[in-house]
Design a protein around this ligand. Structure first.
Ligand code: ATP
Ligand code: MG
Length: 368
């Protein structure tokens, strides 16, 4: 068993992993880039801010010689992780993480496993983009290959804004242009795999995004067919096995008729799984920690129906957002527009009840 886990990253996901692992007697440390805020993990363990000239060995020692290293995000220095493997296991392994850092590479990987995705074109030049816009279903989503999250570094191109967007873009660049999928809804699937190859699955959630950012989730996703649930689980199983992956993975999908298209993969714990902290016997954070520490999984069984509301640039107090079925989690960050400051989970007996609780909280946080 691994007693000390170092996490690359210092945001709310690192915080929630540590908050679930500390009561189990595990110890944590964190690595932040100089540009990263570390307030989320303050007081949860040593925080090392990596300087440019820091070698892997120095970093490993500064982190307190951990037994295992994991990550809370996909935008990581893969070479650094590979160098750190000389000192202790890194879970998920850097070769696996490398598949999800760049959208073009990720799409090629999904296609290699015959996992369906939206039609797309790689875009470098203006003529690439013009050709993609002529060919792909609008709105076209133009996304940077790397460093995109929460809808940042992304354009939604329609006939109306096309001329304006084309004028704004600098070439050459590294983008992918995706056909707009007129999906009925978005769902996500989360699973965890252990070193010995055991896989546990959470019930999928239905997710609602606003301006490219997750706003609410509902779990289990209402009325998702057994066949579609099995398809989503199979996508996860194929990827986890192929990559010899250890830890939690999330697959975000579009449901479009009887098709389940993959939008993207998060090789880590994911916002759409925050409901698991109060709505499942074992949270995604605890099961990730258990996987990387070599411990047996806890049950992923959901109890009742869960809802989740993200607090994006707005916040509520515990007085406003806690009652018998309502649970507030704040990350300790300063308020900035659109920033993820916390989330609220609700538990209910029915989907209607969960939705109405989430809607009431949403109005309280964001107004009508
Ligand atoms: P996050 O960090 O939340 O995952 P992101 O910046 O990686 O966001 P995407 O997940 O690619 O962005 O897209 C965000 C949202 O934009 C999607 O959840 C979906 O609602 C919408 N979207 C993205 N691509 C498409 C598409 N090809 N067709 C239809 N909608 C899309
Ligand atoms: Mg995304």
């Amino acid at each position: 068993m691994s007693a000390h886990i170092a996490i690359i990253g210092s945001g709310q996901l690192a915080r929630m992993m540590a908050l679930d692992g500390i009561p189990m007697g595990l110890q944590f440390s964190f690595m932040a880039e100089t540009t990263e805020d570390t307030v989320c993990v303050a007081s949860l363990g040593t925080v090392v801010v990596r300087s440019e000239d820091m070698k892997a060995e120095d970093l490993y020692k500064a982190l307190g010689s951990p037994d295992v290293i994991t990550v809370e995000k996909e935008h990581v220095d893969i070479d650094l992780l590979k160098s750190l493997q000389a000192f202790c296991p890194v879970h998920p392994n850097p070769n696996a993480l490398e598949k999800f850092k760049n959208r073009r590479v990720e799409k090629a990987f999904l296609q290699s496993l015959n996992i369906p995705i939206a039609p797309y074109k790689s875009v470098r030049t203006e003529s690439d983009l013009t050709a993609a816009l002529a060919e792909l279903n609008k709105p076209v989503f133009l996304k940077t290959e790397e460093e995109g999250y929460d809808g940042y570094n992304q354009y939604k191109i329609t006939d109306e804004n096309q001329a304006q967007v084309l004028a704004e873009i600098n070439y050459p660049g590294d983008w992918v242009a995706e056909a707009g999928i007129p999906f009925e809804r978005e769902v996500s699937f989360i699973a965890a795999r252990s070193e010995s190859g055991d896989i546990v699955y959470y019930t999928p959630s239905e997710n609602y995004h606003r301006n490219g950012t997750l706003l609410t989730s509902l779990a289990p996703a209402p009325g998702l067919s057994e066949a579609m649930i099995n398809t989503g689980k199979q996508y996860l199983k194929d990827m986890l096995t192929q990559l010899d992956y250890v830890g939690v993975m999330c697959v975000e999908c579009f449901v479009w008729g009887d098709k389940l298209l993959v939008n993207e993969i998060a090789p880590r714990v994911h916002n759409s799984g925050h409901w698991t902290t109060k709505g499942a016997l074992t949270s995604q954070f605890e099961n990730h920690v258990r996987a990387v520490a070599g411990l047996a999984f806890g049950s992923t069984q959901a109890h009742g129906i869960s809802g989740m509301l993200n607090l994006l640039g707005v916040t509520l107090t515990a007085e406003q957002a806690s009652d018998s079925h309502t649970f507030l989690t704040l990350y300790g960050k300063n308020v900035r527009p659109r920033r993820k400051l916390g989330h609220i989970t609700v538990n209910a007996d029915t989907h209607e009840e969960a939705k109405s609780r989430v809607n009431a909280l949403r109005e309280m946080a964001y107004g009508k």
